[in-house]
Design a protein around this ligand. Structure first.
Ligand code: COA
Length: 331
């Protein structure tokens, strides 16, 4: 039986570090408020000419180097992002071009903070069916160009950050290793609980000065409702994949949660009964990087020795849509 294994990971975050204290200069907020509510101390902002595909290119090159592979050995690119370089075409083709390869299919998916888990589900199915053998799965986000640096936008501006990370996935014949289960969910009844109202093709025109003046281009969020749903759906997603794979919470060696908020991660940890060394949290340094958050955390956790060959690793995500999902991987 073929399973999907993680061949290598790579990440890139922009150089510019933006502390909570810097944000105090743009809006009525405080380091204390941000840290208390979210655990975030700083985040990265992309340079003026730096898009999601630029960041993903560096992350991909680092993963390719770690894997000892050339870019032309990749036979499919899947990009999860809510902040594409352009309305169309997708970020995948810009990334493909920047990697110097041609005629590799590029699939962009729009599943926000659950994007990496949705992407993993797709990649896993492609690999198991033999459709593709080497898939570059990317999470990349540039939030800094969409936030509003004033008190009006403070509820979301302080939470989000920029960054990219990738995983190179491929088949393994080892029945004891690889992706054991992935499950994804969505409930469109809550679409407007965390969304970007404009630009939008449902509006005519899809963008106007009024929309910009009304702040419709920034993320709009009902933070309390998002919090309430996230703290139940994220542990449930782990329980679901454990059950599918015939495992218990005690079997978990590491959980990589979507880095939405330190308090959400703490509830997930408590709910799953995990000790501190079995959940990886790096939101302090990067804020919420949406589709990039799980692969960035995964990469850093591996680099720090938090995941060893044979470990049972869980991913859990929740975000705009609402969408949520989990995955279980035997490393
Ligand atoms: N700085 C200071 N004050 C802020 C602020 C900021 N950056 N953002 C909002 N506030 C204010 C609000 O205007 C509100 O003021 P009011 O009471 O005068 O109306 C007040 O703070 C709300 O505070 P509180 O009730 O303590 O907020 P909270 O406990 O609900 O925390 C969130 C707010 C956003 C941090 C919290 O709801 C949350 O984490 N939600 C989940 C968000 C998330 O993870 N989103 C991504 C999911 S993928």
């Amino acid at each position: 039986m073929v399973r999907t294994e993680f061949i290598a990971t790579g990440m890139y975050v922009p150089e510019r570090v933006v502390t909570n204290h810097e944000l105090e200069g743009y809006m009525d907020t405080s380091d204390e408020w941000i840290q208390q509510r979210s655990g975030i101390k700083e985040r990265r902002w992309a340079a003026e000419d730096e898009g999601g595909s630029d960041m993903a290119k560096v992350a991909a090159e680092r993963a390719l180097e770690a894997a000892g592979m050339e870019a032309d050995e990749i036979d499919c690119i899947i990009v999860a992002t809510l902040s594409p370089d352009h309305f169309f075409p997708g970020t995948g083709v810009f990334l493909q071009r920047k990697l110097g390869v041609t005629d590799v299919p590029c699939l962009d998916i729009r599943n926000q903070c659950t994007g990496f888990v949705y992407g993993l589900e797709i990649a896993d199915a492609f690999i198991k069916t033999g459709q593709y053998r080497r898939i570059l799965l990317v999470g990349t986000e540039v939030h800094s160009s969409g936030i509003i640096l004033s008190t009006e936008g403070r509820d979301t501006a302080v939470l989000f950050g920029d960054g990219a990370a990738v995983a190179i996935l491929g088949p393994t014949d080892d029945p004891d290793r690889g992706v054991l289960a992935v499950r994804t969910h969505a409930d469109g009844r809550y679409a407007e609980k965390l969304w970007g109202p404009a630009p939008a093709c449902v509006n005519k025109p899809f963008i106007s000065k009024e929309m910009i003046d009304e702040g419709l281009t920034r993320a709009h969020m009902d933070g309390r409702d998002v919090f309430k749903h996230a703290v139940t759906k994220m542990p449930a997603a782990i329980h679901e994949v454990l059950e599918v794979a015939g495992h218990q919470t005690e079997d978990l060696d590491m959980v990589i949660p979507h880095q939405a908020n330190m308090r959400i991660a703490q509830v997930v940890q408590k709910s799953l009964g995990l000790p501190d060394d079995k959940i990886y949290i790096n939101i302090q340094r990067y804020g919420n990087t949406t589709a990039a958050s799980i692969p960035i955390a995964l990469h850093e956790c591996i680099e720090e020795g938090g995941i060893q060959r044979g470990d049972l690793v869980g991913f859990t995500a929740f975000g705009s849509g609402f969408t949520w999902g989990g995955a279980l991987v035997r490393w």
